[in-house]
Write a protein that binds this ligand. Structure first.
Ligand SMILES: [Zn+2]
Length: 222
């Protein structure tokens, strides 16, 4: 059975000290990285495989006010003013439910230009502005648009359509990711969440039929 909820991690290989990728995505990633470096772009991983438990920790931290929440354009929200439903939708715009992150698959990764970010010297926050205009990862973003497809990668969060916010840094190894996409199902996900120690469960349950297609499948609303 395919481990689409990040429960076991048997499909993974170490890439670097802190990173793991799906064995099928590893060589393609390495080849793409080498090509980028040859073009003067220091393509490196910010985030790669993430387990269910790691995503659960991220989720619970956000639900309980431990991190700033943002609107779809990246503007910070005032936590205290949000209803539980608003909080749910705000978190889902930028973070997946545990069990529903594409990072569970090892096929998906967030990338940045390490050398340019280091030279830039400001705190790196993985926000859109860093990947546009004069941002330190703007050249990387152009390079990805021009080249990633030939290595089998694409951007699953290319544009905001009412689901997950646009994430120019998030790329996916398409052929393998598609086998995971087909496995996703609402019932199994909800059942697993009900057995986990997740904050906001009653709100998640009440909105589940809406949030599954909108955010998990990222069909959006537009
Ligand atoms: Zn990502």
């Amino acid at each position: 059975m395919i481990d689409w909820m990040g429960l076991h991690g048997n499909h993974l290989h170490e890439v670097e000290e802190r990173h793991q990728l799906h064995s099928e995505a590893l060589l393609a990633y390495k080849a793409m990285q080498l090509s980028a470096i040859n073009d003067g772009i220091d393509l490196q991983l910010v985030s790669s495989y993430r387990s269910f438990d790691r995503q659960l920790a991220i989720w619970n931290n956000k639900w309980n006010g431990g991190a700033t929440l943002y609107d779809p354009l990246g503007q910070p929200l005032v936590f205290e003013t949000l209803t539980d439903k608003q909080k749910l939708f705000a978190i889902l715009t930028w973070s997946a439910l545990p069990g529903a992150s594409r990072h569970h698959w090892g096929t998906d990764m967030d990338v940045f230009d390490y050398q340019r970010v280091k030279a830039w010297g400001e705190p790196f926050e993985l926000v859109t502005a860093e990947y546009e205009g004069n941002g330190p990862c703007a050249e990387l973003s152009f390079w990805l648009s021009d080249n990633m497809e030939s290595f089998g990668f694409y951007r699953p969060f290319d544009a905001y359509t009412g689901g997950v916010a646009a994430e120019p840094w998030h790329i996916s190894f398409k052929t393998t990711a598609e086998t995971y996409e087909k496995e996703r199902n609402a019932k199994a996900l909800l059942q697993h969440l009900q057995s986990a120690n997740i904050s906001g469960l009653s709100t998640i349950e009440a909105c589940f039929t809406e949030i599954f297609p909108r955010f998990v499948l990222n069909r959006g609303t537009l």
